[in-house]
Design a protein. Sequence first.
Length: 251
Amino acid sequence: MIRETAYAKLNLALHVRERLSDGYHRIETIFAFCEDGDLVTARESDALSLEMTGPFAGGLIGADNLVLKAARALGIKAALSLDKRLPVAAGLGGGSADAAALLRMFGGTAALAATLGADVPACFFSTIARGDGRGDVLEAIEEELAGQPVLLVNPCRPLSTAAVFAGWDGEDRGPLGDWRDGRNDLEAPAIALVPEISLLLDALSGAAFARMSGSGATCFGLFDSEADRDRAALEIAAAHPDWWVCQTRLR
């Protein structure tokens, strides 16, 4: 049996620059990854299969997903298990991170990752990087963020990436420089679909830095200490017991 974590993906900033003729968007983003995520397990088998478990397994629709697509692309046969610990359609990498974990387990490549989806190459490396193009043109950057305490909060409402991008107003608000001074251009259309995102950001106001990740609805806060993070987690969980709250750190 072999096992790999599908690390939760964060977008420290996400600038949408233009809508392309093929329906995709040109973006500029900074990817970072958490220590926690879904768990992919593989056991020897004569046939390819996938069992889905975990608290968010019920949010996966249908038997086919990127994990199986990655397995078929690799030509492997194994009994796979996906322990879905992260909310589905939550701006945390989701299926891209799961597929990337499988590729790492079986010696896949970044080139193969690129054929599976725009976020899969970044998730394959799971290290801090700048992403351009559709997010698949990667450049490593120097940031001393490993071990930074992070709090993830989600209202337990799935949010379609396609619907959020479709709601973008088409205005180019400028290039991405330092991510701390950047923005997430998908925040406004995401809030239009899931207004609770505004409440999540307010709940994270005590963090040193807070922003929505990806197309939402998960928001994250970076804290100066684990004690501060854990205190905020307790307060948020008490005030909003129906929200998903996860205490983790950056890789």
